[in-house]
Ligand binder design. Structure first.
Ligand SMILES: Cc1cc2nc3c(=O)[nH]c(=O)nc-3n(C[C@H](O)[C@H](O)[C@H](O)COP(=O)(O)O)c2cc1C
Length: 320
């Protein structure tokens, strides 16, 4: 590990560490209006939401690193106390980047970026038509932390109105693939968030057994990863011996259509993610039973079939 205290580093180095390690960051595309009525549009990735009652978001239009001057977004917010924040999708990311160029305060960044301004319902700043998620906000407070270059000005805002496209929902939640958001990482790197989506079951409301209660032989297997063990620890109970026995008997007796025996078939089922056939094949191969069972368990875990994974893992424990 490398170890640093901020006081020993130049500000750009501190900034680079934060950009790389506090990532991926959501991007707020912030629309404000000057007291003379000029539109402003700029992206900010030091941004997040902090509560829902009332809905509160915050972002940081920091002082410019170069000369510690204040950005137009900051000045507009102080003057008018209003903004609209939009989520940034992959289809608009180049235009959003263009909006971050340093145009003078008399330049309308909607025109420069080619993004389309539409009226808001409550606040004066315009919304960006291309974004499927737009929130009209009022400034609650602006807090400044330092006066040097790259120092933070945290604008905390209350959401007054949400505008959300109907077609980004699946089963009542915003679908991460349909919304196709991008996030900011270090340097010039962005992440297309929908491409890396996976599921982690929430432990909330569950009495999880915890990592420490996962049986020792499972914890000590060199087949399971730390994430696999975390999934076991996220369970509420461990099947008993009889349940394992019934499960294995059922698999042994079950007639599966076009089932093939042998190690080649086992490997083929593994590639197909078919852990049920993997288990049946493993039970019929004479050698390496424990290892093949554990590979089967791993496949069941990848498919979040915890009941199957537990029973097969506990059966594997009995094999010498
Ligand atoms: C994706 C992205 C994220 C950014 N995040 C921030 C940020 O969190 N804080 C900040 O001060 N500037 C950030 N910037 C730079 C500002 O967008 C840039 O300084 C812009 O010119 C400010 O515009 P303004 O003077 O019109 O407010 C970011 C730029 C990009 C492209």
């Amino acid at each position: 590990m490398l170890h640093y205290e901020p006081k020993d580093l130049a500000v750009p180095e501190v900034h680079r560490l934060l950009l790389g390690g506090v990532a991926p960051r959501p991007i707020a595309l912030v629309s404000t209006i000057s007291k003379d009525g000029m539109n402003n549009l700029s992206p900010f990735s030091f941004f997040n939401a902090f509560g829902a009652n009332p809905p509160v978001v915050a972002f940081s239009p920091s002082r410019r690193g170069r000369d510690a001057s204040l950005k137009d977004t900051y000045n507009n917010l102080i003057a008018t106390k209003e903004c609209v924040i939009q989520a940034v999708t992959h289809s608009m990311v180049e235009q959003v980047s263009l909006a971050s160029a340093e145009f003078t305060p008399d330049v309308d960044e909607f025109i420069k970026s080619g993004l389309t301004p539409i009226d808001s319902d409550i606040v004066k700043p315009k919304r960006v038509k291309e974004s499927p998620f737009q929130i009209e906000c009022k400034l609650i407070e602006m807090r400044s932390f330092g006066e040097g270059g790259a120092s933070a000005n945290i604008a905390t805002c209350e959401v007054l109105k949400f505008h959300v496209a109907e077609d980004i929902f699946t089963n009542g939640i915003i679908d991460p693939i349909k919304i196709d958001l991008v996030a900011r990482m270090s340097g010039d790197f962005y992440s297309r968030a929908g491409s890396g989506v996976f599921v982690v079951e929430k432990p909330i409301g569950k009495k999880c057994i915890g990592y420490d209660q996962v049986p020792k032989h499972i914890r000590e297997s060199d087949i399971y990863s730390a994430n696999d063990l975390g999934k076991f620890g996220n369970s509420e109970s461990i099947p008993n011996e009889n349940e394992v026995h019934v499960f294995i008997n059922k698999i042994n007796e079950e007639k599966l259509e076009q089932f093939e025996k042998g190690f080649d078939a086992f490997v083929r089922y593994q590639r197909l993610n078919d852990y049920k056939r993997m288990l049946k094949a493993a039970l019929e191969i004479d050698s390496n039973l424990k290892r093949n069972l554990e590979l089967t368990v791993k496949c069941a875990l990848q498919n979040n079939d915890m009941d199957f994974a537990w029973k097969a893992a506990l059966y594997a424990e009995k094999i010498k």
